[in-house]
Design a protein around this ligand. Structure first.
Ligand SMILES: Nc1ncnc2c1ncn2[C@@H]1O[C@H](COP(=O)(O)OP(=O)(O)OP(=O)(O)O)[C@@H](O)[C@H]1O
Ligand SMILES: [Mg+2]
Length: 455
């Protein structure tokens, strides 16, 4: 690559000082950059969404109170592009915190134009190389992150994972069951400077408040019946690494308070202990529940919620990225039966099925179909898939009564028929719209229409 080529790009300059907006802006324009300016956080986010800058220059002192905390809060929200922070003299601590939160670099004001030109060009170059690398890797449908998928939501997710992984920011992974939340958490750990440290998973939903507290923070000998010796907790086990709080939405309220304290101060007290201890663990959390709704109804602490969601990553349901299904299925099959292929019918079945259990379900069915192949078989066919999905393909072979013959089935069919008819009427015969109202996929609706003889 020719390093002497001037790199120019779209730059967003966030600074409340009109004089610097003008001077800095004009200087950058004179270098060939396309510059947008914003004077406060809201304007910055609006410009960020609209201009899609490749680089953000951010002065941390933000209106209304010129509190640098407001500027810091902005950094994780600008994820996906390099952020260069502008600080005053002697604000090294602030600059370092900014870098911890994911800022790319910092420059001290008053700004040396040569330095600015150099830092901006370097950041643009690096971010373009990265974007190119991501594009190349994802054109193959997966990469070292282990997240398979070529559809736009998956590509975006990978970009975000790569961007956020090296930072210390807490990440909240949201998405339905089986969509790869834990996989994302592991990728974040693997992509961080802590990758050689431990990755510790805590299943917050599996234990009572008391047990969870002792599990997380440890306990002292004699603190309860059965506590025969001092036992360190998972927080300490994760020291120097990453603590992944799975199903954090299930965490009982008394524990939420203690977790918040640990997140804010890095300190905790073991059960039955008197003195505080410290541990240095990056915290990642995931849940399939609607945490925002839980905050509204009071079952999840608002302060903890904001502390956890430094950055929110969403793993999309398979229904939102059906185009990834053949790729996922092929990879999973390759894992268990490298020479095997899917028959045309099998592929059709896979791509038209609804996957309520998302990737986990797809993976389980494909892998067990691969394992059920006979030694002389080269293709996974529909029959094998039905077998591993536990469906009964042929009613003559199934020992249970054929579906739709019992009283309950008849009643349910009648109810379903009425709901579908109503939705179709309301949607003026538009299947996609009716499917949306009913909360099923269009393919699912068509299947039901056919089965109920409504087509
Ligand atoms: N994008 C993907 N690429 C490859 N494998 C995936 C992907 N998403 C999920 N998987 C696989 O599917 C299975 C389920 O993923 P994971 O455990 O991360 O889901 P989850 O979102 O944590 O689910 P739950 O909410 O039920 O805990 C794992 O075997 C994982 O490797
Ligand atoms: Mg999980």
């Amino acid at each position: 690559m020719d390093n002497s080529t001037p790199e120019t790009g779209r730059v967003l300059l966030v600074d409340d000082e009109a004089a610097f907006q003008r001077l800095g802006g004009n200087f950058l324009r004179s270098l060939g950059h396309e510059v947008n300016v914003a004077g406060d956080g809201d304007a910055a986010m609006a410009a960020f969404a609209q201009q899609r800058p490749e680089l953000v220059l951010l002065d941390l002192a933000m209106p209304p109170h010129m509190d640098p905390e407001h500027g810091l809060e902005l950094i994780p929200r600008l994820a996906g592009v390099p952020v260069i922070v502008l600080t005053g003299h002697g604000e090294h601590d602030l600059a370092l915190r900014a870098v911890e939160l994911g800022a790319w670099d910092f420059i001290t004001k008053p700004i040396d134009p040569d330095l600015l030109r150099f830092v901006v060009a370097r950041a643009l170059r690096k971010s373009r190389l990265e974007a190119e690398l991501v594009r190349l890797r994802s054109s193959q449908g997966s990469d070292e992150l282990g997240l398979i998928g070529q559809t736009p939501p998956m590509q975006q997710l990978r970009v975000m994972v790569r961007r956020v992984a090296p930072t210390r920011v807490s990440v909240l992974v949201l998405g339905p069951t089986g969509t790869g939340k834990e996989l994302v958490a592991r990728a974040l750990h693997e992509g961080s400077p802590r990758r050689d440290g431990p990755f510790v998973v805590v299943h917050c939903g599996a234990l009572s408040a008391e047990l969870l507290e002792s599990e997380l923070f440890g306990h002292m000998k004699g603190s309860f019946t059965g506590a025969y010796r001092d036992q360190p907790g998972l927080v300490e086990a994760a020291h120097g690494g990453t603590l992944f709080l799975d199903e954090v939405g299930e965490m009982p309220p008394p524990m939420q308070v203690k977790l918040l304290r640990f997140l804010q101060e890095g300190s905790f007290v073991p059960v039955g202990g008197r003195t505080q201890r410290q541990a240095d663990a990056r915290v990642l959390a995931a849940t399939h529940r609607d945490l925002e709704a839980m905050v509204r109804d009071g079952s999840f602490r608002e302060d903890l919620y904001y502390r956890l969601k430094g950055v929110v990553l969403r793993t999309p349901a398979l229904a939102e990225r059906m185009a990834d299904v053949p790729l996922l299925a092929a990879r999973f099959l390759k894992g268990v039966a490298p020479q095997a292929r899917f028959s045309a019918g099998a592929l059709a079945w896979i791509t038209s099925r609804e996957w309520p259990g998302n990737v986990r379900e797809l993976k389980a069915i494909v892998e067990s179909a691969g394992a059920l192949m006979l030694p002389d078989q080269q293709e996974v066919d529909t029959e094998l898939l039905h077998l591993s999905a536990g469906d009964s393909l042929d009613p003559r072979r199934s020992p249970e009564p054929a579906p739709g013959t019992g009283v309950l089935d008849a009643a349910l069919n009648e109810l379903e028929r009425r709901l579908i008819q109503d939705a179709m009427m309301a949607a003026g015969g538009n299947q996609s719209e009716a499917a949306r109202q009913l909360g099923v996929s269009r393919v699912g609706l068509i299947k039901k229409l056919t089965r109920l003889g409504l087509r």
